[in-house]
Design a protein around this ligand. Sequence first.
Ligand SMILES: Cc1cc2nc3c(=O)[nH]c(=O)nc-3n(C[C@H](O)[C@H](O)[C@H](O)COP(=O)(O)OP(=O)(O)OC[C@H]3O[C@@H](n4cnc5c(N)ncnc54)[C@H](O)[C@@H]3O)c2cc1C
Length: 459
Amino acid sequence: MRYTTICSVMPISSLKHTTKRLRTGGTVFILNTGAVITPEAEAMLQALHSRSTGGIKAHLKVLAEKGSDKFMSSYYVGYGHKSIGDCGTITIFVEGVSMLAAKAIQDWKLYSGQEASTRYIDFSKQVFVDPVGTRASNAILEKWRRFYLKSQEPLKEHLRKRFPKEESEKETIYEKAIAARAFDIMRGFLPSGASTNLAWHTNLRQVADELMLLRHHPLTEVQDIAETLTKALDVAFPSSFGHEKFETTEAYNKFWMNNAYYYSEKATDTVKILDDSIDKKLLSSYKGILKKRPFKTELPKYLAECGTLQFGFLLDFGSFRDIQRHRAVTQRMPLVTTKYGFAKWYLESLPVNVRTEAKKLLKMQEASIKKLKTTKEIAQYYIAMGFQLPNRVTGDLPALVYLVELRATRFVHPTLQKKASQMAAILEKRFGKYGLKLHLDSDPGRFDSGRGKHDIIKK
Ligand SMILES: Cc1cc2nc3c(=O)[nH]c(=O)nc-3n(C[C@H](O)[C@H](O)[C@H](O)COP(=O)(O)OP(=O)(O)OC[C@H]3O[C@@H](n4cnc5c(N)ncnc54)[C@H](O)[C@@H]3O)c2cc1C
């Protein structure tokens, strides 16, 4: 069997991955898949293929004889044929970094990857990144941890009463759904500095392009990730990195990353349309296409030519983390602050005695964060993820329809589901007459124990 043959050549345990430690204690890890044809070699094959009609077999022969190192350093890095770098993909694992750093990496239209879910994992044992590093700053983080930990059991008890198990439901699945709902609620009290793990599947070009911004990110933690990852990439793929840095480009990226990165415009709690540039005349010509679209099917991407719609609303950071992953719409990174208050849903979901304690804790923590007298960027690490933030979503119809249908369901975190349902209602009202039909969950607010089956487990 092919698999056995490959394993006997290169056992997984003997693969040499590239790992480097971050200053915060976390790590970056570049996966070596042990592939005989490496990502660099794959990129080279595709580039050669574009310059001769000899066919892939001839290029494989060249690869076998000469390797890909020289080719990549001269044609890709040297001559700057950026699209060659699109042709080789790699996987990076970033571990033990703050939620803020994870979001910074994912703030990229072509991000592919996965992040640890606060909806299925108990975050009480995670390190909380503490850039201030004083007794007072540590005390803030530990107070969030204590509350997150001690409230879980009373909350689960409360949820069992609120959503009693139906006879037809399997005990284990029901209990998983209760635990998942408890995590949904308690994540509001986790600080944004709580550490997480993420995988980043990218290509040789995209990672270099994104690092050009990450190295100028307002957070030192992110700058450190960029610097460390650059070093690791130089080790793992020595022929595909080390691009020349242009002073003017670096200065420009630094300028906007430090002056205009975060979004902090005012917003309302309810979803509002901020701008509608959809060309209704053009849209009318697509009535048949809009009308015919079946369930779980995307609209043709070319409908994007009709223009975009822009929504504005408040959303807690916990749920921003989820909506941010919709790459087909444009969103900006909000600055995490306490200015817009704590999302009511988290408080209303707690049993009365825990709620009273939560309210006291929020007040106390807000005052303690102010007393840290740190920058607004660093203060983000200490602010809990349940605080509301302004969000602006700009998208074309295919992207927005996809987003609302995926997110306006009972299986999505309730604070995001509510905003997605509001966006869906606006879309239906505004574009229904042009044929737009949405396929929506008929009861999105329902507690469904089916959620207990959604964890990803090793079989
Ligand atoms: C219930 C639930 C649980 C989840 N749990 C996790 C989890 O534990 N961990 C995790 O990491 N993620 C999780 N996710 C996030 C999920 O994996 C997606 O990243 C997120 O929902 C965005 O959706 P998407 O990637 O399918 O498509 P989108 O990025 O919204 O894209 C929509 C469509 O447009 C295409 N597209 C994407 N970008 C562009 C572009 N720039 N231009 C044109 N088209 C584009 C896509 O291919 C797709 O067809 C979860 C999502 C849900 C709904």
